[in-house]
Every structure is written in structure tokens, then in C-alpha cells.
Design a protein around this ligand. Sequence first.
Ligand SMILES: Cc1cc2nc3c(=O)[nH]c(=O)nc-3n(C[C@H](O)[C@H](O)[C@H](O)COP(=O)(O)OP(=O)(O)OC[C@H]3O[C@@H](n4cnc5c(N)ncnc54)[C@H](O)[C@@H]3O)c2cc1C
Length: 585
Amino acid sequence: MATYKVDERDVHFNIFEYLNIKELTAYDKYKDQNEELYKMILNEGLKFALSEFDPLYVAGDREECHMKDGVVIVPKGYKEAYAKFAENGFVGIDTPPTYGGQGLPCMINTATMEFFTGSNVPLLLYAGLSRGVANILEAFGSPELCQAFCANLYNGKWSGTMCLTEPQAGSAVGDIRTSAKKNADGTYTITGNKLFITGGDQNLTENIIHTVLARVEGDAPGTKGISLFLVPKIWVKPDGTLGERNDVNCVNVEHKMGIKASATCTLNFGEEGKCRGFLIGEQSRGMKMMFQMMNEARLMCGVQGEALAATAYENALAYAKERIQGANTAIINYPNVRRELALCKAWVEGMRGLLYLTGKSIDLAHGHPDDTIKEKAKNRVELLTPICKAYCSDVGFKITEMALQIYGGYGYVSEYPIEQYMRDVKIASIYEGANGIQALDLMGRKLASKAGQLFREFYEDLTQFVASQEGNTELKNEISALKKAIDTVAQVAMKIAEWGMSGEKTKPMLSANYFLELTGHTTLAYILLDQARVAQAAISNGSKDSFYRNKIRTARFFVAHVLPMVQMRAKNILSEDLSSIEMEF
Ligand SMILES: Cc1cc2nc3c(=O)[nH]c(=O)nc-3n(C[C@H](O)[C@H](O)[C@H](O)COP(=O)(O)OP(=O)(O)OC[C@H]3O[C@@H](n4cnc5c(N)ncnc54)[C@H](O)[C@@H]3O)c2cc1C
């Protein structure tokens, strides 16, 4: 049963009209590329998602991963689809071509990842981490490590993992106990136990390349003393062929609520004292490097929230047009169902805009010739990353739930894919740093970063947008509602800074999730209104495409139905209520 649905028109609108990807081709990094190439990749990506990923989605969920004779077995068809995915060059769409990346813009990668994630997120997860490992090696590894491992990660012969979590160290990564001891030959002996490792074992690829956080004996406690190691499942000989098995064993594969076709494994490193790995980059700098991989993975969590919400919405929309209840009335005609569909649509389009805008900021940070613009784009990515991750995964879950509601009882049974979307999206708010931790990152780290510069630059951009829309009579009320929301965000940010200066710790921590939520709502309202501006221009240039008129309606709806929540969350924060702290549980 084909289940994946996406609004391709909106994807193209974002890339070619709203974010004007053509602008990038003026920069050296993208000078040999053009819009036709980008369109071709998007078409190929969507075609692949529909023909290779989507047909395995439901069956993979029913079959799940399981262990047989000490090896994790993935569902039928996954191995072949993974190999084809890699063969097509989809593992490294936006990474450098040196070892097999395609060097395309991150915007294109984000859009294709939306297709792959929305059509089969558990299968995509195997590839996402392979790319992450290759990328981290290219950024920090020695040329020898890159030479030995990167090409086979991109071409799909091998896959990658990231191993942080341990039974006693989840959010508190600094508490890890996995240890590393230097050997005479320069390798390290690794000993420890890692939990919940995505793709930790599988029968998809002939080798698995683990990146492992561990502490070299004698190094500082906490995150400061952590180093990063590359630990292959099977040792690679100097000529590139596979040698002896490393001492890494999968001892369990989890049974889960969702993403059942993605293997979530418990790994023991060095049960026989023979697990060896290579140090990546400098000793004790592991967290800094792992952050690069985690930041990419965090954006992908945001894409997971948006992509599954988008396909859930499109499916619910199709269902609402067909389902008759009452006097020959399709349920889409009932105002309550229309309101629910509009909420799904507006949130999905806003999140898509946010994720692709962040993708463009990454492209500018890497490719723009002007250092000031590069720096500003980098600041924006840093600020938006926790919002992409946490806001899109939380809202994504809400939307799948709302889409399920539109199906009534049929949404609750497994005949339709909607309940699977809801189960599969939930994990995005938990892994790669639970959303509570993302909120603390936004409030504690990003708000204060560079003496408030990240936040100030973003605030100025939004304020400038409002000023530029002074003459926009059609959206006058919406622009003034956005201005009020921006002022409220600033007012709350000031309060948080005040607490920080006075040494108050509890109130900021109590407010972090609310702050992320209100910043997310405001950012999405800005993006949707900016998209409405582009639509207005198309209409005044004579376009009769109803897509543009709907863009204006979508922005208006979001401002009327979601943006007011900014004031409510601000009130929650500014009330300084401490009753949850005082409460006796
Ligand atoms: C399917 C799946 C796949 C995974 N894949 C990987 C993987 O590939 N590699 C890997 O290393 N890990 C992986 N994980 C682990 C995942 O990253 C952790 O589960 C996650 O970081 C949360 O840690 P925890 O489960 O120990 O929860 P805890 O840390 O116990 O957190 C529980 C709750 O308390 C809150 N909390 C904890 N500390 C704080 C704090 N200081 N301030 C405020 N709130 C706090 C959290 O927000 C959360 O809501 C995976 C997990 C699952 C379920």
C-alpha cells in the first residue's frame, strides 16, 4: 500500500521562490550548478522515495528487527533499498565530493531528506548516521582515517553509528564510563557498554563503523575529558579488505513503540579486552566533534517531525475528501475538520520554511564569499538548531495526532498508516538530546552566546521585516500581530537575562520550554508572512495560481490561531510562578 504523500509544489516554492536557490550559483562553491540540476535531484529523490522507500514502510514496521545467531536482522527488502540509495549518491548529497559526496546545497539535501524521512524514516536512519560518521572524519579525522573509511560509508558498503548513551548516562553525557587506553601501536583499547545505539548492528552492510565517546584513563571527569574514537566492527586491513572481527558485540535489540525497522542496540565494547579503535582528532576534544554530528542529527530530527507531519496531513486531507458522513457530505465540509486541516497545513508549511531556511543559512555559512555574511549565517544556524529540533518534533507529533483524529476510528486501527506516523515521529523529541535539553540549550547557551549577538541579529532581521511591510495593507493586522509577538519575545529574553545577572537559576530552567515554544511560534509566523509577501508579488505579477492565494490565507490563519499562544507562554513565564517547585509529589 503506497502511503507517502507530499506537497511537491510547496517544496519547490520554498526552494526556488521563497529562498531563491539560484542566488547560490553566483558563489564559487556552487558555480557549476544550476536550477535544472536542482530540479532533477529533487525529482529523482522523490521518485526514489516513492518507488523504493515507501513500499517497505508498513511491512518493515510489522516485521521489525530481530536477533538471530548474535546478528541483528533487518526487515526484508531493506538491504537492497539501502544499497540502491547509496548507489544513487543520496548518502552525501551536500557533503564535499572528495570521497563521494555530491557537493550540492544543504537546501536540496533538506528537501530530499524530507522525502526519504517521510516515506521510510527507519530505513533513512541507517544512512543518516553513515553520512554523519563520514562527515565527522572529513572535518576532524586524519587523512589516513578518511582514506580508509569515508568512501565505503558514502557508497553504502559500510554504515556508521554514533555511540554516546550508556545506562547511567543519557542526557548527562559527561557521566559516561566507557574508557580508552593507548596501545603501543597508537590504537586505543576501548572498554564499555553503550545503550540504544541506532544501527548498532544489522545485516545491511558488510561492516559497521562506530564513533564512540570514551574517556582516556586519567583524563578529566565530565564532558571536558571525553574523547572520540572510531571503532570498526570488522578491522580493515591496510589494503582496504576486511580482516578480523573487532571485540564489539550486540547483546540486545530493543522492542519499541515506533521506528521498529531501525535497529536500536545494546553494544558491549571489549568483553574480551580486545576492542581496539582509533582516536579521532585531539584527545579530550570529543564532545566538540560529536556536537557537529549531533547538530546535523538535530536538524534531521526537525525534518523527521516536519516530514511525518506533512505526510500525515496529506493523507488526512485525502481521507477527509473521500469520507462521507451525514447527508452525502464529505467530512472536509465540516468546519471543525477544516480548522484541523488548516492547523496541520499552516504548521507543516511553517516548519518546512524554517527547516529549508536553516538549510540556506548553512549554505551561506559555507559558500558565501563575504565573511560577515558567512558569520551571520553561522550565528543563525546555531540559534535555529534547537528550535528546528525541538519545535518541529513536538509540533510534528501534535499534527500526526490531529491527522489521526480526522480519520476518526479508522485512524486508530492499523489499516491506515496514520497511527504508524504518530508512533514513528515521537522519538524525534527524545533522541539527539531530549527536547527539554534543547530548550535549555536555546535559553542557556544560545541566548547568551557572543554577548547576545545571535539573538540580537535574529531579532533585528525580524524587526526589519516588519518595518519593510509597513505599506502592506492586505496583511496590516497580521504584521502588527507579528510585531507584538517579536516585542514579547524580546521582553521575555530581557527577563531571562535579568534572572541570569541576579544569579536566579530555577526560574529560567522552569521557563526554557515555554521560551522555545514562543520563539518557535514567532519564527514560523515571520516565515509564513514572508512567504505570503512572495505570494502577493506573484499575484500582482498576474499569476492566477490558487497556490499563492492559499499562501496568504495560510499565513493569516497561523497568525489568528497559533501566534496568540506567544502571549500565553509569555504570561506563564512572567508570572514567575514557582508552585511546581514547591508542590509535594
Ligand atoms: C530509538 C532510540 C534511538 C536512539 N539512538 C541513539 C544513538 O544512536 N546513539 C546514542 O548515543 N543514543 C541514542 N539514543 C538515546 C537517546 O539519545 C537518549 O534516550 C536521550 O538522550 C535521553 O536520555 P535518557 O533516555 O537516558 O533520558 P534521561 O536523560 O533520563 O531524561 C529523561 C527526561 O528527563 C529530562 N532531563 C534529563 N536531564 C535533564 C536536565 N539536566 N534538565 C532538564 N531536563 C532533564 C529529559 O528532558 C527527559 O525528558 C536513542 C534512544 C532511542 C529510544
